[in-house]
Design a protein around this ligand. Structure first.
Ligand code: PXG
Length: 454
């Protein structure tokens, strides 16, 4: 609470007195006071102190088309005036949700033509869990209940979402995971690959899926869920051997495959979906974030035709949310997709900005603190280490948090997951803005190294 700006202090007092922030240490936040973000345009944010900040995280992985697009605000206002709300229960529908379903079917992988809408990615994964079990019950295999997920995957913060996720610090609060969800190791070579080569480790990590299926019994396994590239876990790009081996295993056993596309979907990899990038052919895909560029909450589950054909035989699916397919959210999502298409935003990521960002980021490999730079599309990770050769970390120093603070103070939002710095800028970032991002990242790495040495 050190601001000299009375307005900032007033907002921080409101935070102290009334707000409980997500994923925060309430007491620590009270002592420090939150940074107040007031406006945004393009890839930049401004805080209440007047600082301009390059948003290397697109909000929270969501602001694909950048901040400040009036078209989305106009689409919301128009829809609010026409039909601000109506539900989709009881055999009703409205134009925006139907048009959006079609627009999503048009961009989704072939054979994935139906969408169940939710208010968030977590709700999308809750929907997935119930739909998978309902699907197998209809097929006369009600024991196929278990969902296999991965350690350090992120699938949301509802009870099912956090259980599906493999974040132990989330499981510790609230007796999670719920029964029927099990986890296998993640394909995180840099952190866990030991002496194996990345390719060997990728095959080993994929084989854990087969071992788990055999351990539980295929008659008890409903689905495997995974992010094409883990986001919140630290932008974990699997070794090249990983997805091909997983695909072989999935082809061998009769279980559903769910790609959680909440981060990878809508252009992040330079393709519409991470499943396109890795040619994954999932049965279901969870979506959120980039669907509306985060301008308004919306998530969903895209479902393969063969699965829908089974669900069609199952009577009522007793599941849904008040805001499933909300008309204003649907109108915003439609406009967001239109802009992505008309302005060829994903094509530009694919052909120009992703290769440029990846090339520029890898220049940071020469920095003494950097053990690895990796990334795909407009996703990037920088591993901070004490020893490049052995990949050994600084112990007990909180290097990632030190670096994150320097970034904050120097006009760059770059996240820390442990000692892994991660970025996922808006898809509209320009070459000049990428240069700025990389220059600021290098400066903050220098400051971090000095702090460690001092
Ligand atoms: N799946 C994935 C892959 C996600 O990244 C969710 C599901 C849940 O979406 P909702 O809309 O319910 O939040 C997410 C969300 C982080 C962070 O620390 C990431 C998310 C959420 C909160 C924090 O990077 N991703």
């Amino acid at each position: 609470m050190t601001s000299n700006n009375p307005q900032t202090r007033e907002w921080q007092a409101l935070s102290n007195d009334h707000h409980l922030a997500p994923f925060s240490d309430f007491k620590q936040l009270k002592e420090k006071g939150p940074r107040i973000i007031t406006t945004a345009k393009g890839v930049y944010l401004w805080d209440s102190e007047g600082n301009k900040i390059l948003d290397g995280m697109a909000g929270l992985w969501c602001v694909a088309i950048g901040y400040g697009r009036d078209e989305l605000a106009d689409a919301a206002a128009k829809q609010m005036k026409e039909l601000p709300y109506y539900n989709l229960f009881f055999q009703t529908a409205h134009p925006p949700v139907l048009e959006l379903s079609k627009a999503i079917a048009d961009i989704a992988p072939e054979g994935m033509n139906h969408v169940f809408f939710t208010g968030s990615g977590s709700e999308g994964n809750d929907t997935m869990l119930r739909m998978v079990r309902h699907y197998w019950a209809i097929k006369g295999q009600p024991n196929k209940k278990t969902i296999i997920s991965r350690v350090n995957g992120y699938h949301g913060s509802t009870v099912a979402g956090a259980s599906l996720g493999g974040m132990t610090y989330m499981h510790e609060q609230g007796d999670l995971p719920i029964p029927g969800i099990v986890h296998i190791p993640q394909p995180y070579w840099f952190g866990e690959g030991g002496d194996m080569s990345p390719e060997e480790f990728g095959v080993w990590a994929a084989n854990q899926l087969e071992e788990k299926i055999l351990e539980i019994g295929v008659d008890n396994v409903g689905a495997f869920i995974a992010e094409p590239i883990q986001g919140a876990g630290g932008v974990i790009v699997p070794p090249e051997s990983y997805w091909p081996r997983i695909k072989e295993i999935l082809a061998k056993y009769d279980i559903l495959f769910v790609a959680d596309e909440v981060i990878c979907g809508f252009g992040r990899t330079g393709e519409w979906f991470g499943s396109d990038f890795y040619d994954l052919k999932p049965d279901m895909m969870t979506i959120a974030k980039g669907l509306t560029s985060g301008y308004i909450p919306m998530g969903g589950l895209i479902v393969r035709d063969e699965v829908v054909a089974v669900l069609n035989e199952g009577g009522d699916f007793n599941h849904g949310f008040t805001y499933s397919g909300h008309p204003v959210a649907a109108a915003v999502a439609l406009e967001n997709i239109r802009i992505m298409r008309d302005e060829k935003i994903i094509e530009r990521v694919h052909a120009e900005t992703a290769p440029y960002l990846q090339k520029r980021l890898r220049e940071l490999n020469d920095h003494p603190l950097v053990g690895e730079v990796r990334g795909v599309g407009l996703l990037g990770a920088i591993e901070l280490v004490q020893d490049k050769a052995t990949r050994a970390r600084y112990v007990g120093k909180g290097v990632g948090m030190i670096c994150r603070q320097f970034c904050f103070d120097n006009g760059l939002i770059m996240r820390a997951v442990g000692d892994t710095m991660i970025i996922a800028p808006p898809l509209v970032i320009s070459h000049a803005e990428i240069d700025e991002l990389v220059a600021k990242a290098r400066k903050c790495l220098d400051l971090t190294l000095s702090a460690l040495q001092g």
